[in-house]
Ligand binder design. Structure first.
Ligand SMILES: [Zn+2]
Length: 129
């Protein structure tokens, strides 16, 4: 019954930055003058969210599969010191590579969020000139 509660994205009435005709947030082009509106596209933010969610689901599953099929633990649990050392090296390497992977994923996700925030800021600047 309350559309404002369903669509929290549209905060204020939008107007075309060129001809100042009211437009909808879902429009990519002004229906009056044809100016590209460049309002933060919904598909991009949905895609970004989907990527983040898929990444959140898939990454731990991949890690789990990797760890369960990974022979490092067997080497680490070995009573032979040389075999155990190989296991420890393998654990250090897997820990480092996991940290690097998470770090790269974190940077990548931040970049994706920053890009969409920048495009929203650009739209705000265009609308308020
Ligand atoms: Zn226009």
């Amino acid at each position: 019954m309350e559309p404002s509660a369903v669509t929290p994205i549209s905060l204020e009435p939008l107007v075309c930055s060129y001809c100042h005709q009211p437009v909808l947030a879902t429009y990519y082009f002004c229906p009056n003058c044809g100016t590209k509106l460049n309002i933060a596209p919904l598909s991009t933010s949905v895609g970004t969210q989907a990527w983040i969610y898929v990444f959140s689901i898939v990454l731990p599953m991949l890690c789990f599969l990797f760890v369960t099929r990974w022979p490092g633990w067997k080497y680490y649990k070995s009573s032979d010191p040389k075999t155990k050392a190989i296991g420890i090296n393998a654990i250090v390497l897997i820990a480092l590579s996991t940290l690097v992977t998470i770090w790269l994923g974190y940077i990548w996700t931040l970049d994706a969020i920053k890009a969409s925030v920048n495009s929203i800021n650009a739209d705000m600047g265009g609308l308020s000139y």
